[in-house]
Design a protein around this ligand. Structure first.
Ligand code: KE4
Length: 426
């Protein structure tokens, strides 16, 4: 039988670079043909061959309710009948802003944008504008979208300025970006000692979902907060992935740390293009049209996206939502660990709220370099083994996984059984 995904991939590659509109979707890291999804419902989506998968991507985080939640569909259907986009303020943007501020106490004001990249890029510009400083600190393995200044890899040796990770990014654009090792307290101390009053901000994923699932240790996270305060730098939590995913109050709620600025995305749009950044009034009022830091967007606060986001936030704010989601996700993680142990497969995993990660090693990595010691072939065999059994996990070993409220106990059990079958045949 002709594989429709192959046909579509061939067609796509003729007109779209790599056949995809975002690189990770191309399956380059794992090999094989990307599945072209035709429809989704609840915990599942179906590819062009009408093959069903249990979906642990959830659009890389947004679909925390599962696909096609009736209340969200209804809100979006109603919104589109009122108009797709006005390019003028709406009450619903105020409602969404108020809902976000109520859930993120570190924010007094918020600006809505259309993607996590845009939110992180804008937060960075705001931090530099508000402090009058140039240097930014980020960590290897954390991804904050593809703004030029953030496409940077660790320089050679300690606390040195980074080099571009992408063509088209002139070295001078990243000359003020310091890349440190995640959870490395010594490098953190040295960076602030060396560059103290030049540092505008430190941007971090406090639970890093872009190196699968690595937690900042409480001591490290606390030290980031202390050093930023001590040196007058802004602490920016990039919660595009963790915001409303690891808990109703994000990673800052889990860690009990108050950042100066927070970057949000994914869940707050419920699958529609919507992201945000926010913080104290005194900093946020530096933004145009009030202040000197320019930032803008044609579709910012889009009325359909805000309807989708509001309906999503309403559902996840209901009592017990995260307790149930976290329990289900932990059942998955514990089941996978037990299955691996039963088959003698080196394995470890962790989860927080509806976000999880696993490693084909017995330790839980503390940094990117350790994550990348994973045997690629082993991961790829697991990925394709699960795919062949109707389970769709992230097509890259450095990506996290996501459980939704729609995943059933049977889905979780079937996933664990599929993994055990693969481990047994390794
Ligand atoms: P977007 O521009 O893709 O909406 O958001 C960028 C971004 C910013 N910050 C964090 C912590 C993120 O995880 C992301 C985007 N995450 C990736 C998955 N690792 C999106 C998937 C993709 O690139 O296609």
């Amino acid at each position: 039988m002709t594989d429709q995904n192959d046909l579509l991939f061939e067609r796509a590659r003729a007109v779209i670079p790599g056949g995809v509109n975002s690189p990770v979707r191309a399956f380059k890291a794992v090999g094989g043909t990307p599945r072209f999804i035709q429809r989704a419902q609840g915990a599942y989506f179906w590819d062009a061959n009408d093959q069903r998968y249990i979906d642990y991507i959830g659009s890389w985080g947004p679909m925390i309710l599962g696909h096609g939640h009736p209340a969200v569909v209804e809100a979006v259907q109603k919104a589109v009948l009122e108009g797709f986009s006005y390019g003028a303020p709406t009450e619903r943007e105020i409602e969404l802003a108020e809902a976000i501020l109520a859930l993120v106490p570190s924010m007094e004001m918020v600006r809505l944008v259309s993607s996590g990249t845009e939110a992180a890029m804008s937060a960075l510009r705001l931090a530099r504008g508000a402090t009058g400083r140039k240097t930014i600190v980020k960590f290897e393995g954390c991804y904050h979208g593809h703004a030029d200044a953030l496409l940077v890899k660790a320089g050679s040796g300690l606390a040195t300025f980074g080099n571009p990770t992408s063509a088209g990014v002139p070295p001078e654009v990243v000359q003020h970006t310091l890349v440190l090792e995640y959870n490395n307290l010594q490098q953190l101390e040295e960076a602030f000692a060396l560059h103290s009053k030049d540092i505008a901000c430190l941007m971090i994923e406090a639970i890093a979902g872009n190196m699968n699932f690595v937690r900042a240790t409480p001591a490290f996270a606390k030290r980031c907060r202390e050093l930023c305060t001590q040196h007058g730098a802004l602490l920016i939590f990039d919660e595009v992935m963790t915001g409303f995913r690891v808990g109703l109050h994000g990673a800052q709620g889990v860690l009990g740390i108050t950042p100066d600025l927070t970057v949000l995305g994914k869940v707050i749009g419920g699958g529609m293009p919507l992201a945000a950044f926010g913080g104290p009034r005194a900093i946020m009022e530096q933004l145009a049209p009030l202040g000197p830091v320019y930032q803008a967007g044609t579709l910012s606060g889009n009325p359909v996206a805000t309807a989708c986001g509001l309906a999503t936030l309403k559902e996840i704010s209901k009592p017990g939502f995260y307790e149930a989601l976290a329990k289900k996700t932990r059942t998955l993680v514990d089941g996978l660990k037990a299955a691996a142990a039963a088959e003698g497969q080196p394995f470890n995993a962790d989860s927080e709220g509806g976000m999880f990660g696993f490693f084909l090693m017995n330790e839980l990595p503390q940094n990117y370099a350790t994550v990348m010691t994973t045997d690629n072939a082993q991961f790829n065999a697991l990925f394709h083994g699960l795919l062949d059994r109707g389970v769709y996990i992230a097509p890259a070993l450095y990506e996290a996984g996501f459980v939704s409220a729609a995943h059933s106990e049977d889905d979780i059990a079937a996933t664990i059984a599929a993994a055990r079958d693969i481990f047994s045949k390794r």
